[in-house]
Design a binder for this molecule. Sequence first.
Ligand code: PDD
Length: 283
Amino acid sequence: MPAVSYVNGAYMDHKEAKVNIEDRGYQFADGVYEVFAVINKKIVDYDGHLERLFRSLKEISLDSPIVYDAYLFHIRNLIKKNNIIDGLIYLQISRGVAQRDFKFPKNTKPSIVITARSISMGDYFSKFEKGIKVKITEDLRWKRVDIKTINLLPPVLAKQSAVENGCDEAWMIDSEGYITEGSSSNAWILINNKLITTPANNSILKGITRTSLIKALKKKKIKLIEKRFNIKDIKNANEAFITSATQFVMPVIKVDNNKIGNGKVGKYAHVFKDAYMEAIQLK
Ligand code: PDD
């Protein structure tokens, strides 16, 4: 069965789906996006992701090309049309097609693309048991990374550098030596039973998985401190994690040359993952 995508009002064969060469997403990275996980045919934390999408649109002064309720309709259609049990939905909106010019075009309809693909939860659980390695890289991004824009060259370069060094993720470090977040995830460490993550200000994307995990941990009465952390803190950490819609909660066992704890997935990793999985909203 060929994969089906939604492009500007029509469902089409994914291989045949095209964007215009003058799309501002293509030329200027002038657009925003969201990634939703699907577990057992249901969308994970849908409301949080959709609210963040509308916030991102507002922050770059872009109108939604479709009404609020239409998103759920199209995403559910794609889950059905692509026979997704567990998967990922990618949704992108750009400022549309216009002759190349930096200022906003007048009377241009935003472009929207939604794609769906399957993932294996089995692969996730096996990766979880092994944990991942992280490389520290410089945070080269702009000052509004709280907006989920498609302007992703710095995280692309960070991730590539991590992969070339045998790691799965990059943790980006700011000019003051603090970790901001992962190239496509939020970063967490655990020191002496206290969980630490960077506060959600303009220096990180406020992850929907992060928000869900925080809510879940409150119920479990685990102490969370939202504060910046640096390499010295990482060296003292007993455990470390990343969170994102694609990785859920994923333990980190090594950061650069520093083993975290004993270099194996720690006991809190399971507690956090289970708490998160219990707390997610499915729609
Ligand atoms: N990225 N920080 C950054 C820079 C991210 O790109 C992401 C997600 C997150 C985690 O956000 P959430 O929990 O809402 O997925 C944090 C997605 C998965 C991506 O670009 O593929």
